[in-house]
Ligand binder design. Structure first.
Ligand SMILES: [Zn+2]
Length: 257
């Protein structure tokens, strides 16, 4: 598997080796342009495809040999949305993992208290969830993540161990922050794209058609059709033989310190 820690020295060695190409030949500059392009392409791929584990070692799915799956919801708590998701999960008796945005917690403490009381777990999804989060220096990034920890701890008295980076973007700074903060990075294996879905039925059928054993499913409370399809998603997945378990059980990780 491609890993930044191996690719970096490999490209460095290639850059040194290319120095042997006669400097007056066209191949000399072209070789470096080619090398730079390859490096950039691999870096972009590694940043945006969290499953690649290029920069970080995230966990994306559980055991593929049995039909257990887990629901995860990002970006909450969201006023008016999270409570509806919690109602459905309570009715269907499905435990979930919520990756919370720290700045969303103030004013929505009740949702977080419900998550904790109703058997769900919560993880850290940064405080700001800023679009430029991934460009922060590791120090600043870690400070932002810790602020989210503090908000969660303020409400439920527990410090989360699980972290999912905003937008699923990873890079050396994210990797550094996860390591220094001693978090367990959690990705996903089935991205629903529920925030951009135009049609609820299509969204539901696409998820159902793609569910595999051990999947961690990524959803968002605020997705336009997410709440509408959630009861059917649960019922129809169960009809297909899948069992919903909490992500910490599926992945064999600890949710809190
Ligand atoms: Zn998010």
């Amino acid at each position: 598997m491609l890993k930044h820690k191996f690719i970096q020295p490999l490209f460095f060695i290639l850059a040194l080796a290319f120095w042997l190409i006669p400097h007056n030949s066209l191949a000399f500059p072209l070789a470096y342009v080619f090398l730079l392009l390859c490096y950039l392409l691999i870096s972009v791929y590694g940043s945006y495809f969290i499953q690649a584990n290029y920069f970080t070692d995230q966990i994306h799915h559980g055991d593929r040999s049995n039909k257990k799956i887990a629901l995860t919801f990002d970006d909450g708590p969201q006023a008016g949305f999270t409570s509806q998701v919690l109602d459905i999960l309570r009715e269907k008796k499905v435990p979930a993992l919520f990756f919370l945005i720290g700045q969303n917690i103030k004013g929505n403490e009740v949702d977080l208290q419900r998550m904790n009381a109703e058997g769900h777990i919560v993880g850290n999804h940064s405080y700001s969830h800023n679009y430029w989060f991934s460009l922060k220096r590791t120090d600043n990034m870690l400070a932002d993540i810790k602020l989210c920890d503090a908000e969660i701890e303020r409400v439920i008295g527990r410090r989360p161990k699980l972290f999912r980076p905003p937008y699923g973007v990873t890079n050396p700074m994210v990797s550094g922050a996860v390591k220094r903060g001693n978090y367990t990075g959690i990705g996903w294996s089935l991205r629903s794209y529920d925030t951009s879905a135009k049609d609820g039925d299509l969204l539901l059928n696409k998820i159902l058609a793609n569910i595999k054993n051990g999947d961690v499913i990524l959803l968002h409370e605020w997705g336009k059709h997410t709440i509408a399809i959630l009861p059917d998603l649960i019922d129809k997945s169960r009809k297909l033989g899948f069992e919903f378990v909490r992500a910490d059980e599926l992945l064999g990780v600890e949710a809190y310190y």
